[in-house]
Every structure is written in C-alpha cells, then in structure tokens.
Design a protein around this ligand. Structure first.
Ligand SMILES: C[S@@+](CC[C@H](N)C(=O)[O-])C[C@H]1O[C@@H](n2cnc3c(N)ncnc32)[C@H](O)[C@@H]1O
Length: 259
C-alpha cells in the first residue's frame, strides 16, 4: 500500500487514461491459476463468478474461456468501456470493491486480478463476504516478473523499482480476515511472448509511469528500450517473458456474522 493516501488514490484511478494500451499489452492469466483459485467451488452447479476491478477484462476473458457464468465490476468508465467492447455478453457494472453493486449472497466466487492492493481492505473484505454465498471463495491474482531470472531483475532495476510487472514495490497478497478461512497461496508459471516494443509498452501502462510528467516518462521508457536492446535474452523479434502468477485464495466461513 502506498503510504501517501492521495498518491494511492491517484495511482488506483490512473489506468483509464491508457485503457486501450492496457488491454493490448498487459499480461493474460494462465488457466491453471484461475482453476486453482476456483477449486473450492468447482463442484457447484454453474458457479457464478464476479471479476472485481475487472479493468479491460483480462481476467474476465480467462473466466469466460473456462465456460463460467461471469459478471464484471469496475469503477473506471474508460476501462469498463474497453471491457464491454471486447466482451459484450458479460454483464458489466460500474462499482467499487468497497461498494459492490450486487445483492447479498449472489456469487460463488470473487476474483480480483492485479487490483486487491488498490482496495481499502478493511472495507473491501466484508463487502466481498457480503456478496459471496457461504463457502464461496475470494481470490487475488497477481502477474509478476520471475525474479529468479537475471534479466527480469535487471529490468526492474532499470526502472529504478518504479514499474515493471506488478507495481512490485507494493505488498501484494490477501490479508487474513475473520470472515474467511486462512489464506492459501500458490504460484503458477505464466510465460508470455513479447517484442521489445510491446514489452516497453506494457511497462508504460503501470500506474507509477502513468503519473510521471511526460519528459520523465519518456526518459524512463528510453532507458527500458536501451536495456532491452542490449540484453542477449531479448534479441529475437519475439521472445519469452517469464512471469509468475501469484494466487491467494480464502474461503468465506459458513458461520459469518451476517448469516
Ligand atoms: C492494474 S488494473 C487490473 C485490471 C484487471 N483486473 C486486470 O487484471 O487486468 C487495476 C484496476 O483496479 C481498479 N480499481 C482501483 N481501485 C478500485 C476499487 N477501490 N474498487 C474496484 N476497482 C478498483 C482500477 O480502475 C483498474 O481497472
């Protein structure tokens, strides 16, 4: 969590200015990660899944590909418009994690891609529990660079920790909460293909860069281009970028206070 609340709010609402680039360049989610997140409700008949903070619909698309009944909620109108354009059959509502526009006990799972760290957790976790049926699951997913890989660590250093795959300087993860069973965590490999241009464009969609003055942003992106031009791993036209999808999941307790 960014310590300055005003900066945190501005970063949380920065993505819409680059919605089309976000949709084009940000990483997708691996099916294995989505299936593991949903495992606690996998035996339910036609589980209803909410993609909360759905953005342009990256995680929504993975849920739809699994054949799941999916609803999306997202506060940013530009992001929501992009989602509605690419996934016109998915019910998509304007709303926040702290005030979800769905009835009590209406979904079996709430999935949050790359966004739980933008929420006010003390308000979002009870609100997520409200819309979940008992025994339903809340999960946060984060795509991150694989920091076992030298050139990925180097890329983070080039951006001076300002950007890269998951706003990595932010603590990610679901915190424990009384309305949920203990959090379980798994990591899944997520190897995606990029070019030097598309990887630079992906770095440019991170909130820290979106808020930089134009000249600083251009300088930082020039450094990224220079780094990628010099690394042996990124010399082919298309190369593999080793990402890891971290998933935290927590089952909503049956005996929650509101039951
Ligand atoms: C990094 S994007 C992730 C979008 C999408 N889930 C994905 O995986 O590509 C973060 C999203 O969180 C949304 N967001 C920020 N604060 C939020 C809040 N309090 N409640 C719901 N969504 C929020 C932003 O508008 C943005 O679309």
């Amino acid at each position: 969590m960014t310590t300055d609340p005003d900066l945190h709010r501005r970063r949380a609402s920065s993505f819409g200015s680059q919605a089309a680039a976000y949709a084009e360049f940000r990483p997708d989610y691996p099916a294995a990660a989505v299936r593991w997140a949903l495992e606690p409700v996998a035996d339910r008949d036609r589980p209803h899944v909410l993609d909360l903070a759905a953005g342009t619909g990256k995680l929504t698309a993975a849920l739809v590909a699994e054949g799941l009944r999916t609803t999306a909620v997202e506060p940013d109108r530009a992001m929501l418009a992009e989602l509605r354009r690419t996934l016109p059959d998915v019910p998509a509502h304007e709303g926040t994690a702290e005030r979800i526009p769905l009835p009590d006990g209406s979904v079996d799972a709430v999935l949050v891609g790359q966004a739980f760290h933008w929420f006010a957790p003390e308000r979002a976790l009870p609100e997520i529990a409200r819309v979940l049926r008992p025994g339903g699951v809340a999960a946060g997913l984060w795509n991150q660079g694989d920091h076992e890989v030298d050139w990925i660590t180097g890329l983070d250093e080039v951006t001076r920790g300002e950007a890269c795959f998951a706003d990595l300087s932010d603590e990610v993860g679901l915190p424990p909460h009384e309305e949920y069973e203990p959090v379980r965590r798994q990591r899944f490999p997520n190897r995606l293909r990029y070019t030097r241009d598309s990887l630079t464009a992906m770095v440019a969609t991170h909130s820290r860069l979106l808020l930089l003055p134009e000249d600083e942003r251009a300088q930082l992106l020039a450094r990224v281009r220079g780094y990628l031009a010099a690394r042996p791993e990124t010399q082919r036209t298309e190369f593999e970028v080793p990402l890891v999808t971290l998933v935290d999941r927590a089952v909503r307790r049956w005996g929650s206070p509101r039951q």
